[in-house]
Design a protein around this ligand. Structure first.
Ligand SMILES: [Zn+2]
Length: 320
């Protein structure tokens, strides 16, 4: 998740030292190349990843890392107020699709696209959306074809970079996509544009059509997993409140295969870009669902109906 952040602290560090410009240029290049050096492990020829990534720093030493396996067995029941989405129906303004070398990403510059409620501690602004193929989170051990991350920062901070340094000041919505027969028409605009940026990491192109964040959200936004975790790319900062919806959206096999042809910074096909599963450790994993759709509410409904019917019959009998 968001690689652009990594170079910022490095840049600030070198600027504060203020050595001669030539040295700045040399060290700057070294710093950028080392910061960008991280990569996803290449799967074996049988598709299995043998050795998980070793990215160093907090990625290796953290205790609230992401992604995790989302299991109903490990989860506790939650009940949050509904999410309130503002301006998610609007197409992203001046939308560009960027090949970051680790994913494809669409940035949002409109601060009025905001998320509120759903148990989040305030208002969050949408920064960007990007994809992982296959999914980073698994549900009861099952991996999905694709996972979309909608990355937001707490509106009390100016930027995502600033918020990423603060506990729970970043909110990411995860949307899972299951492989189905039909193409997902809302992903077509992303994949058609990816033709223009496929081979070159760092390249951007205008999106070849409209894309509203709303169209990439599931219909049921009351059923989701919630936990406190991290960015899933270096620096793996532990600042993220995660929401992963349980309703998945369809994606065709052809569409998944197209994502896999996007090239990384080394010019190789990015066959997959998901981080290995991290331990839950002492964290609470919360599962919430609409009380009127499932659980005690649904179980009580037929009983109530039967009682009412019996009362009606008795009353009718008395009348006759
Ligand atoms: Zn991500």
């Amino acid at each position: 998740m968001f690689a652009l952040l990594i170079s910022l602290p490095t840049f600030d560090l070198f600027r504060s030292i203020t050595p001669p410009p030539v040295l700045v240029a040399i060290f700057g290049l070294l710093a950028v190349s080392s910061a960008d050096e991280w990569h996803y492990p290449t799967p074996e020829s049988n598709g299995v990843i043998k050795d998980p990534e070793h990215w160093g720093g907090q990625c290796d030493t953290g205790r609230r890392q992401s992604p995790i396996d989302l299991t109903h067995k490990a989860a506790v029941r939650g009940d949050f107020s509904p999410f309130l989405f503002s301006n998610y129906m609007n197409p992203i303004r001046n939308a560009q699709l960027a090949n970051t070398g680790h994913s494809v990403q669409i940035d949002n510059s409109d601060p009025s696209v905001t998320l509120y409620g759903g148990g989040l501690p305030g208002k969050f602004v949408l920064d960007q959306m990007h994809f992982h193929w296959g999914s980073e989170h698994t549900v009861n051990g099952v991996r999905y074809g694709l996972e979309l991350h909608m990355v937001h920062h707490d509106a009390r901070y100016k930027t995502l970079a600033e918020a990423a340094a603060v506990k729970n000041a970043v909110a990411v919505l995860g949307v899972l996509f299951h492989v189905a027969n039909q193409d997902n028409a809302h992903l077509d605009v992303v994949l058609e544009t990816s033709d223009d940026i496929r081979d070159v990491a760092g390249k951007s192109a205008p999106l070849k059509g409209r894309l509203s964040p709303h169209n990439l959200l599931p219909r049921n936004r009351t059923a989701f997993f919630r936990y406190e975790g991290s960015l899933t790319t270096p620096t793996c900062a532990e600042s993220v409140i995660w929401t992963v919806f349980t309703e998945s959206l369809p994606v065709s096999l052809d569409q998944v295969e197209l994502f896999k042809t996007i090239h990384d910074g080394a010019g190789h096909e990015l066959v997959n870009n998901y981080r290995s599963l991290q331990p839950l450790n002492a964290r609470a994993l919360v599962y919430t669902t609409d009380m009127t759709m499932a659980g005690s509410g649904a179980a009580l409904a037929p009983v109530t109906t039967l009682v009412l019917a019996a009362v009606a019959l008795v009353t009718a009998g008395r009348l006759w």
